[in-house]
Design a protein around this ligand. Structure first.
Ligand SMILES: [Fe+2]
Ligand SMILES: [Fe+2]
Length: 301
């Protein structure tokens, strides 16, 4: 709104860029109207941007919800955070949002590890880029809790490492990231550099929250126990357990989400595929923990 008049800036759906908002402010616009059915999206955006809403504002109502409902809401916030990471430079503020999301996610998963099944059911290819990291974090936490990791410090490193594991892809164009066909050798080379790009981005940000384990996850989540991964081709015990968990979750999410070039499998088909086709390249203990996680009654659907 400017000088008492309503001005249509953009038709819905519309993704705002920070520059546009800055320009609107400079032009004297102080109020923004949106359709009431977009209210949930706006709240999520404001939480992420820390405009004036925090998890704390609705904390009581939020905590009364079931772990599944809470996890779905956290998942939306984490996806929004990932979208921001693709569009804006990595800042200490976005890392702080990641920490808040990680803390809420840990509380949920500790309460009910099986609640992760709910987020898999919603997986759709059009959201893949933004929701993938959120799901990888949630799956990894559920696997870690199933493998008796109880330390909040360790769970926090896993959650943060996973939420930011693909942050290096923000340096790769969407044309390459979303390319439906096969990648050229040059494009593959570029894709394989995203773990190193991720570490560079994290190191350029004054963010001591990324401890050794979180950094290992960002750098090594494409390494394989049989040494056929990248970027360093390390193997076996050289890959720390938290990284093996994250890399399993990463692959599991890719297998269970439909994308333009791939049909999705349900989680049982995915586990079957992993057992028959991928097992030497997958950690056997993590595999067992996942089978156990999804065979428990309740929450897993
Ligand atoms: Fe990755
Ligand atoms: Fe990934």
């Amino acid at each position: 709104m400017a000088e008492g008049k309503l001005v249509l800036f953009a038709p819905a759906p519309y993704r705002w860029l920070r520059d546009e908002l800055t320009k609107l402010l400079a032009m004297g616009h102080r109020e923004l109207f949106y359709h009431s059915h977009d209210h949930k999206k706006v709240l999520t955006w404001r939480r992420i941007q820390n405009v004036d809403v925090t998890w704390g504002a609705g904390q009581e109502a939020f905590q009364k919800k079931s772990p599944v409902e809470r996890l779905l809401q956290i998942n939306d916030a984490a996806a929004e955070l990932t979208r921001i990471l693709y569009e804006q430079p990595l800042t200490a503020a976005s890392v702080a949002k990641g920490e808040a999301i990680a803390a809420d996610m840990i509380r949920c998963i500790k309460e009910d590890p099986g609640s992760v099944a709910a987020i898999g059911k919603l997986a759709r290819h059009d959201d893949y880029t933004y929701y993938h990291s959120a799901r990888v974090a949630a799956y990894s936490l559920a696997i870690a809790v199933s493998m008796s990791v109880r330390s909040d410090e360790k769970l926090r490193s896993i959650a943060l490492g996973c939420l930011f594991h693909d942050v290096g892809k923000s340096r790769i164009s969407l044309a390459v990231l979303h390319k439906p066909g096969a990648l050229s050798p040059e494009e593959w080379d570029l894709m394989r550099r995203h773990p190193a790009f991720g570490i560079e981005l994290v190191e350029a940000t004054p963010a001591p929250v990324f401890d050794r384990v979180a950094r290992e996850i960002i750098l090594h989540h494409h390494e394989k126990p049989d040494g056929r991964g990248y970027p360093h081709g390390i193997s076996g015990a050289e890959i720390v357990m938290e990284v093996r968990i994250a890399s399993f979750a990463d692959m599991f999410d890719a297998l269970t989400t439909a994308r333009r070039y791939q049909v999705s499998r349900n989680r049982y088909e995915a586990l079957d595929f992993i057992r028959h086709k991928l097992l030497p390249g997958v950690d056997a203990d993590v595999y067992k923990a996942v089978v156990e996680l999804f065979s428990k009654p309740g929450g897993t659907g």
